[in-house]
Design a protein around this ligand. Structure first.
Ligand SMILES: Nc1ncnc2c1ncn2[C@@H]1O[C@H](COP(=O)(O)OP(=O)(O)O)[C@@H](O)[C@H]1O
Ligand SMILES: [Mg+2]
Length: 158
């Protein structure tokens, strides 16, 4: 068990004022706020991509076993096929059976027919779904989604 995630007096520059909270395992936790409120910064702090100016971000459970992934508001795709973007993430993570898992993740987000297209020519919404497939394929215990439906139509959002 790696949760709860605990923030104690976490601040970041002038953007996040000291904040303490705890996130438990279970149903999704949603962070709401106006544009520029600091939601993306907060998620990066939680995911460990930014170091807090003060305070502490901590998880229960051993660091080595923690599998977390993040899908960014503007996904960054590698210069290879859609399929290879997912496959590469699995290889880096040392996942077994990477070909099958990548194929399943592509199917899950309805992108099988675009598997061999260069990822960077996909539409914004397709790239967003590909980014989700790439994160899902890793079967993370914790998944951070930053505005994951911003460029999706209602069907894709569901
Ligand atoms: N790494 C950073 N260093 C300094 N300022 C940042 C950094 N990242 C974002 N900001 C600023 O922090 C504010 C909050 O941004 P952000 O977290 O992206 O808001 P949102 O709630 O819309 O996701 C913005 O004014 C942004 O310019
Ligand atoms: Mg944001």
């Amino acid at each position: 068990m790696i949760l709860p995630l605990k923030l104690e007096g976490v601040s970041f520059l002038h953007i996040i004022k000291p904040l303490s909270l705890q996130i438990e395992a279970g149903p999704s936790t949603i962070i709401l706020g106006a544009n520029g409120a600091g939601k993306s910064v907060l998620m990066r702090l939680m995911h460990g991509l930014l170091a807090p100016s003060s305070g502490q971000v901590s998880w229960s459970g051993p660091e080595a076993r923690r599998r977390q992934a993040m899908v960014f508001q503007r996904p960054v795709m590698l210069r290879r096929s859609a399929f290879q973007n997912v496959r590469y993430a699995l290889d880096v993570a040392g996942a077994a059976d990477a070909d099958r898992v990548a194929r399943e993740a592509m199917a899950e987000v309805g992108l099988s027919h675009l598997a061999h297209q260069p990822a960077r020519v996909l539409s914004g919404g397709e790239q967003q779904r590909l980014a989700l497939a790439r994160a899902w394929a890793l079967h993370p215990e914790v998944l951070f989604l930053d505005d994951p439906t911003a460029s999706l139509d209602p069907t894709a959002t569901r």
